[in-house]
Every structure is written in structure tokens, then in C-alpha cells.
Ligand binder design. Structure first.
Ligand code: DAH
Length: 340
């Protein structure tokens, strides 16, 4: 016991003489004296070897030593401790907080949405996990219909009736079923297809679809609406052409091309030297679809269209690989800073 008390005196002297002016010295001191395996702890553990009558005196001595060691450490003020860690120059300007940027897909979607909003279309969103009826059956695409092959998708193993929607036409079904007519809405959102991922195709992408239902709606209304859209979106000089096409949910159906605004129809890789780029599918809503959704097909008619967002975004920003849109590489995304 005497031995230990002598050691305590010796250590007190050592503490007195220790300099604590650098971060290394501070840390070394903390570990040697105050750490979990430090000398204070080690000496305290000697208590168990001390006889009962000596415990009080011995305990007091050790406690005093503990406080002595701690006081020395705490005596170094916290700012001194920090500046011992590194010299901070408080007059330097702070790091600016990053504001991020809008994603090119969102930029294009916003523009498309605002164009249709100006002529009275409202926006409705729906679920990305759909049931077979909303995605296919209601749209005149019964099971085993060959046109389902064009839209193979991902099924949810828990329930084979659930799938990731292949188009936002499923949202058209949802609003038609609500039965509030007339209807003038657009449906932006993400859709999924079981496609091999490449520079030109991905297993998910974005669409904006639209639907107009009222009495006496005609194909002329469809054309006029889409002409207006093209003029606002791509410019007054861009030409439009319709090609007859097939979709199970519209009759008649068409695909709409715009003259290539990249090369002014002179021929480039974007338009594959044809001078035209396909941008959407459209048509008059099939009477079976209206009936499936509880709308009187004798009284009402309507038109609908669906367009992809990625293609237009890639053309507008000169993006040649669709995969960069979902890689979250900030070197790519930072280029859209300040774009609104
Ligand atoms: N749903 C179609 C697709 O994803 C696009 C489409 C074509 C939607 C014609 C429509 C339409 O509403 O009328 O390929």
C-alpha cells in the first residue's frame, strides 16, 4: 500500500510537469491517465486489495488523485483543445450549401404539363403497382391478346394479379370509372417494361398520357390539341404528321411524328435520316373501353394519347445513352443547375 501511495505522488509530479499544448500531447495524456485502460482506473482497481480499516484513507487519496488528473485535462479550455486539434481560421467564408438541380426528366415533364394546363387539362397521378384489370383488361387487352406482348412487365410474386404498370393508361381507367364527366386530364408518371437495358431502352421510363371525354368529341379535337402542344413544346416551325396505327384501346389509332428539330429535317442520327421523330401514340377512345369503365359510349366520345418523356429529354439535351438518366452521377446532374 505504501508503494502505491508513493507511486501516486510520483505520478502527480509527472502530471504537473506534463505539457498539454498540442493535440498529440493532450490525447497521449488522456489515454495514459484517464482512458479506460489508464492509470487512474488501474490504481482504483487496487482498492479491492486494501484491508477494510485502510479503505477510507486509501480511497480518499485515490479520489484526490483522480480529480487532480482530470482537472489538469479539463483545465485546457475547449477552444484550446479545438485549436490544438487544428488551427481554424474563423474569418474564412463557410462552405456554400449545395442547392442541387432539377432532373432533366422532371424539367421536360414540367414543361409538357404546363402546356396542357394552359388549355384546361388537370393532372392526376395513380399507383405504379397496378392490377391486371386496370392495366390491361379494361383497356380492351384481354388475357392472351397478342398486343400484350408489346408491353411485357414485372409481376408481383405475392399476388400474380399485381404488376408494375406498363403505361399510365391505367390511370385513365381509374378516372373514367369515377364517372365524373366531362373529363380533361393528363397523367404523368413512371412506367415499367421487361426490356433489356441498353443505350436506347430501359426497364422503366416516364410517360405523360392525356384523356378528353365529352359529348361530340372528334378526331379534329385530338389533332388541334396536339398541334397546339407541338407548337408550344418544339416551336412554331416544327411540322406534324399522323400515321395510322393500332392500339387496342383506341379506334381509329395513330402515331404522331414531328419533323426533326435537331437537324431541321435534313437527316441526322436522332431521326435516323428520315427527317421525322415519333413522339406519341393517340386515338379515339374505343367504345369497349368506355363501356368497361361505365361510360355510355352512345352519348360520349373522347380522345387519348400517350407519350414518352425520355426520348424528348434526350433529344433536347443531346443525351445519347438513356442509362445516364438513372445513374445519379452528379457530374451529369450538375450540368442542369440553374435550368428551370
Ligand atoms: N399506352 C400506350 C403505350 O404506352 C400509348 C398510348 C397510345 C396511350 C394511344 C393512349 C393512346 O392513351 O390513346 O404505348
Amino acid at each position: 500500500m505504501q508503494e502505491i501511495l508513493e507511486k501516486v505522488d510520483q505520478l502527480k509530479k509527472e502530471i504537473q510537469d506534463t505539457s498539454l499544448s498540442t493535440s498529440e500531447e493532450l490525447e497521449k495524456y488522456r489515454i495514459r491517465f484517464l482512458g479506460t485502460k489508464g492509470l487512474v482506473k488501474e490504481l482504483m482497481s487496487e482498492m479491492k486489495n486494501v484491508s477494510n480499516e485502510m479503505k477510507k484513507d486509501f480511497g480518499a487519496k485515490l479520489n484526490e488523485f483522480k480529480i487532480f488528473a482530470e482537472t489538469k485535462y479539463e483545465g485546457v479550455s475547449s477552444t484550446d483543445k479545438e485549436s490544438a486539434n487544428e488551427a481554424i481560421d474563423y474569418s474564412l467564408p463557410g462552405f456554400p450549401s449545395e442547392t442541387g438541380s432539377r432532373h432533366p426528366i422532371q424539367l421536360v415533364m414540367n414543361k409538357m404539363i404546363s402546356i396542357f394546363e394552359k388549355i384546361g387539362f388537370t393532372v392526376t397521378e395513380g399507383p405504379e403497382i397496378e392490377d391486371d384489370w386496370h392495366n390491361f383488361n379494361a383497356l380492351n387487352l384481354p388475357e392472351n391478346h397478342p398486343a400484350r406482348d408489346m408491353q411485357d412487365t414485372f409481376y408481383i410474386s405475392k399476388n400474380p394479379d399485381w404488376l408494375l404498370r406498363t403505361h399510365t393508361s391505367s390511370v385513365q381507367v381509374r378516372v373514367m370509372k369515377e364517372g365524373k364527366l366531362p373529363l380533361r386530364q393528363i397523367f404523368p408518371g413512371r412506367v415499367y417494361r421487361n426490356e433489356t437495358v441498353s443505350a436506347r431502352a430501359h426497364c422503366f421510363f416516364h410517360q405523360i398520357e392525356g384523356l378528353y371525354i365529352d359529348e361530340k368529341v372528334s378526331f379534329a379535337d385530338l389533332k388541334q390539341t396536339l398541334y397546339y402542344f407541338v407548337k408550344e413544346m418544339f416551336g412554331a416551325d416544327v411540322k406534324v404528321r399522323f400515321r395510322p396505327s393500332y392500339f387496342p384501346f383506341t379506334e381509329p389509332s395513330a402515331e404522331m411524328d414531328v419533323s426533326c428539330f435537331i437537324c431541321a429535317s435534313k437527316g441526322c442520327t436522332v431521326c435516323k435520316h428520315t427527317g421525322w421523330v415519333e413522339i406519341l401514340g393517340c386515338g379515339m377512345v374505343h367504345p369497349n373501353v368506355l363501356t368497361n369503365c361505365g361510360i355510355d359510349a352512345e352519348k360520349y366520345s373522347g380522345f387519348a394519347w400517350g407519350m414518352g418523356v425520355e426520348r424528348t429529354a434526350m433529344m433536347q439535351y443531346g443525351i445519347t445513352d438513356i442509362r445516364v438518366l438513372s445513374e445519379n452521377d452528379t457530374r451529369f446532374l450538375d450540368q442542369f443547375k440553374n435550368v428551370v
